[in-house]
Design a protein. Structure first.
Length: 212
């Protein structure tokens, strides 16, 4: 059997990679939909090997948490959370639209954790879901004092249950937040800009409105 020159240039290297196991694992989409990212073995290894180097990043997260703790009385807009996506469209962009809709969040308006981060001008590009975003988002849920007594969740039908910041961190803190009386949830539509009719979840419930 004879092979053309293109075989050795394109096909043969792929076969060798497959045999040697050097193919790189697929990476999660870098779209800041951090509540959809799983904690992978690589993430854990990177954190353990680079704890000292990551102190600066952890300090930036601590700065935001401390700010919210000392300024909680000023966090009077309705907190808006999000989780999941619809196909490739993340719920975060819908949350950014919903926070401006006074029919949903009330006359005082709404805000997300990114509004707090942006107010402090903190660089988060190197933050990881489990080590920075999870505690910051939990603090956002814990210290919000909405004048409307209302929190809002926008969710998509697709989530990653290995690390879901809403279920594991934000919802537990909201349930213990005496300043929040109700949580209204809105399922995002496929257009990535609008939501379906409201469904209220009780603080006594599990808060996991998305089936695994």
């Amino acid at each position: 059997m004879r092979f053309s020159s293109s075989f050795f240039v394109t096909v043969l290297p792929l076969l060798l990679c497959a045999v040697s196991g050097t193919f790189a694992a697929p990476t999660a989409p870098a779209d800041n939909e951090f509540d959809c990212f799983p904690i992978t073995a690589l993430d854990k290894r990177d954190f353990n090997e680079a704890q000292l180097e990551r102190r600066g990043i952890a300090a930036s997260a601590t700065k935001i948490i401390q700010y919210m703790a000392t300024n909680s009385a000023k966090m009077t807009r309705s907190p808006v959370f999000w989780t999941g996506r619809f196909n490739r469209k993340g719920a975060r962009q819908v949350a950014d639209i919903v926070k401006k809709d006074t029919k949903i969040v009330g006359s005082g308006g709404g805000f997300t954790v990114f509004d707090v981060v942006n107010e402090l001008k903190v660089d988060t590009k190197d933050w990881k879901p489990a080590t920075e975003w999870a505690p910051v988002c939990a603090a956002f849920a814990q210290y919000a004092q909405p004048a409307s007594k209302k929190a809002v969740l926008v969710y998509g039908p697709i989530t990653d249950q290995n690390l879901n910041i809403w279920n594991d961190h934000e919802w537990p803190k909201l349930k213990s937040n005496a300043h929040v009386a109700e949580v209204d949830t809105y399922k995002m539509k496929e257009d990535g800009r609008s939501v379906e009719a409201k469904v209220e979840i009780k603080k006594s419930g599990k808060g996991n409105i998305i089936k695994k």
